[in-house]
Design a protein around this ligand. Structure first.
Ligand code: SAM
Length: 358
């Protein structure tokens, strides 16, 4: 575990970069902390209600518009100037709440200043967002209690920490049982040269200390999460010659993951269960995509393994599904199931099968 001093020194480098060197995304030296995927109609509608200045100050690498959030308590780790917080504010509605936490004072001050404008646009009579200065390695000091959050999101921020395992442990601590970490970040297909971590600009540009995706899976297993699900991913071609050279032949990807706080199993096991999506999530009337291997068409029954059944029945998705069967009778391994815990980088599992059962 990195020492307090090394964590703090990294935080100082990052706050210096995000507070002093950058004013808008035009100041970035590469395209890595930018969104390069196309938005769905629903996502575009959410972004259309955001202040242009908020959009111009975002440095995320993915689109965070998770489904079924009405009334939820959401926490955004490394929220920056609040693009995702204000997006999520629309999704949780007046009865929900969103907390954004970031180590850098400047974007938090800016986001606070933009709050009234957004609340007015969303038609809320009181703010459902709160912005805090604090570090992702220590959410307790920021006052985030155990089992108090329904959904944690993060957009291209966890890679910046020098204590990623500690951050993920903190996230699991604050999530309620059945809660979900829904996050986008940059991953590499191999471990990068550790000396790259000493270059604060390369790190701040979401390159120098990104995780090898295999190590992320192992880290989650060490923390008791037996399976994580990739929702989507896209390749990042680093558009900065010097940065590209520094990572050699490594390939970077922006990935969106779902991690549930659930007692999942190591393997996909068959209990004869099936699930039917009711078509009741806003913006997902025809289908619901749990991950890149599980698309549920409305009204169409699908056989599911025990882990998938749990993700649908013991989470906020429960009211949107009918899950048939329980775990009283085990029928062996789930048939035709890819290994949810591949030994090597899971990006090599064929598309559509990076998670467990299909
Ligand atoms: C790449 S930016 C992404 C910002 C925001 N999520 C977005 O999409 O615009 C990373 C953010 O993480 C913050 N950050 C870096 N290290 C942090 C830490 N240890 N704790 C909390 N925030 C941190 C930075 O201040 C910066 O705002």
């Amino acid at each position: 575990m990195p020492s307090f001093n090394s964590i703090q020194s990294r935080v100082d480098d990052m706050t210096n970069y995000y507070g002093k060197s950058l004013s808008t995304s035009n100041d970035l030296k590469s395209n890595v902390c930018t969104i390069e995927e196309t938005t769905s109609h629903r996502e575009a509608d959410v972004y259309a209600k955001l202040h242009p200045e908020v959009l111009s100050r975002s440095y995320g690498c993915g689109i965070l518009v998770p489904p079924a959030l009405e009334g939820a308590r959401v926490l955004d780790i490394g929220c920056g100037s609040g693009r995702d917080v204000f997006s999520l504010s629309q999704l949780v509605g007046q009865s929900g709440s969103v907390i954004g936490i970031d180590a850098t004072q400047e974007p938090i001050t800016f986001a606070k200043r933009m709050t009234d404008w957004h609340m007015q646009v969303f038609g809320y009579d009181r703010p459902n967002v709160e912005f805090l200065v604090g570090t992702m390695e220590d959410l307790a000091t920021a006052g985030i209690e155990d089992n108090s959050v329904d959904v944690v999101v993060s957009n291209c921020a966890i890679n910046l920490s020098t204590a990623k395992e500690r951050v993920l442990k903190e996230i699991l601590r604050v999530l309620r049982p059945g809660g979900e970490l829904y996050f986008s970040d940059i991953f590499s297909d191999r471990r990068l040269d550790p000396s790259l971590r000493d270059d604060p600009v390369l790190v701040a540009e979401c390159i120098g200390d990104v995780m090898y995706s295999g190590d992320f899976h192992s880290m989650m297993r060490d923390l008791g999460v037996r399976e994580v699900r990739a929702v989507r991913s896209y390749r990042k071609i680093v558009r900065n010659e010097e940065f590209r050279r520094s990572i050699g032949r490594a390939q970077l990807e922006s990935r969106l993951y779902r991690v549930f706080k659930l007692p999942l199993e190591d393997k996909c096991e068959d209990y004869g269960q099936a699930a039917v999506y009711l078509g009741t999530m806003d913006g997902h009337e025809q289908e619901f995509m749990l991950d890149d291997g599980h698309m549920f068409e409305t009204g169409r029954a699908k056989l599911v393994c025990g882990n998938t059944a749990m993700m649908l029945a013991d989470t906020r998705y429960a009211k949107h599904f009918r899950v048939f069967g329980d775990r009283s009778r085990h029928l062996g391994r789930f048939e035709d199931c890819a290994d949810p815990n591949p030994a090597s980088d899971d990006s090599r599992v064929p598309v559509g099968r990076s998670s467990c059962c299909g």
